[in-house]
Ligand binder design. Structure first.
Ligand code: UD1
Length: 344
């Protein structure tokens, strides 16, 4: 059995990745402090996969408590590291908290991985490392621009820390995965995105509006120089994203990596405008959405989408789902989680 430690296993992308890892024969141990999550996704994972996943309620900034996990599981073959604070606006107000949490936790994990011989390390990064990208579609060769927020800077710094540690410890093989805009839910609707605070990302705002948790959606600007005036993003289905982590681990475990630290973009390689996303939702659900055009949101980039050719070539990964699958699964999940008797 290939045993993997998933940090942030109760979170949105972490829980979907656990399902995909189990589906591909991995045994998973989770560590999640539950600071921004609860353990309900574990019940969903068990229903989907038939396997119970144990979660250590541990803050990765606590070195001793984290070390105990490594002592309990001397047979770990890899780590998939999701656990981090990720609210962009909050990071602007609380930069010290973001640096302390996101960087100390990573330092402890790298320390323990090298000390305990856990050689395969997957890091959850973000297209926000590119800042306001100068060339579209964005390839991994694009330089980092100035980070737009302390959150984005923790991702830039985290990537650099992993690279440097890999130089000093050549047995550590790592992969940095730069996500574009993850959205959607597992097709069973047993797990999905559950924002603790009011949702800010487009897809949950759409489904929350449709279900009546909020009265309307505001489109942040329709006067950009795009095909319909609204901003363009690359929305990737969370199950496609999850599968990339499995593929990356399999690739490392098979000794296929060419460099100590490799980096991959994960998107679908196509841009979708805000208005097109709304239209896709209306089409798949047959509902009309209550939305209005509002002013631009400060800090928004006009357009960003990926080139994921490298992941396709080296990891044999390709996204299988598009914006309609995202809307369909996000909507099924929203209906289930909003139902009065909901257990999820
Ligand atoms: C945000 C984060 C980014 C993170 C990404 C994925 C910021 C500045 N960036 O990116 O770091 O990696 O989420 O989680 O927060 N929109 C509306 N109305 C809404 C909500 C969104 O029109 O109520 C529009 C936005 O203007 C944007 C698009 O929808 O054009 C997507 O927005 P969002 O889901 O918040 O993602 P990003 O801003 O791309």
């Amino acid at each position: 059995m290939k045993k993997v430690l998933v940090t942030g296993g109760c979170g949105y992308i972490g829980s979907h990745t656990i399902v995909d890892l189990i589906d591909h024969g991995f045994e998973v141990i989770s560590v999640d402090s539950l600071v921004n999550a609860d353990e309900r996704p574990l019940a969903g994972i068990e229903k989907i996969t038939g396997q119970a996943v144990y979660n250590y309620r541990v803050d990765l900034c606590d070195y001793e408590a984290t070390r105990q996990i490594f002592l309990d599981h001397p047979d770990l073959m890899g780590i998939v590291h999701f656990a981090a604070l990720k609210a962009v606006g909050e990071s602007v107000e609380q930069p010290l908290r973001y640096f302390r949490n996101n960087l100390n936790s990573l330092l402890n994990l790298l320390d323990l991985a090298t000390e305990h011989g856990v050689d395969n390390f997957i890091f959850s990064s973000s297209c926000s490392v590119y800042g306001n990208a100068r060339e579209l579609p964005v390839t991994e060769a694009n330089d980092f621009q100035e980070a737009e927020s302390p959150y984005a800077r923790t991702k830039q710094m985290g990537e650099q820390m992993i690279r440097d540690v890999g130089r000093a410890f050549p047995q550590l093989r790592s992969i940095l995965l730069r996500y574009f805009n993850p959205a959607g839910a597992h097709p069973s609707a047993l797990i999905g995105e559950s924002p603790v605070n009011p949702a800010l990302n487009l897809v949950p705002v759409i489904t929350e509006t449709a279900i009546g948790r909020r009265t309307k959606l505001t489109v942040f600007g329709d006067d950009y120089g795009t095909r319909d005036g609204s901003c363009i993003r690359d929305y990737i289905h969370v199950m496609d994203l999850a599968n990339a982590h499995t593929k990356a681990l399999q690739y490392l475990a098979a000794g296929q990596s060419e460099e100590a630290c490799e980096v991959y973009n994960l998107g679908i390689g196509e841009g979708v405008t805000v208005l097109e996303a709304i239209e896709a939702f209306e089409k798949v659900t047959g509902q009309s959405l209550n939305y209005e055009i509002g002013p631009r949101r400060p800090g928004d980039v006009v357009a960003i989408y990926s080139n994921y050719q490298r992941a396709a070539e080296r990891l044999a990964w390709a996204p299988a789902r598009g914006i309609e699958d995202i809307m369909q699964t996000a909507w099924e999940w929203e209906k289930r989680r909003s139902a009065p008797a909901s257990v999820s």
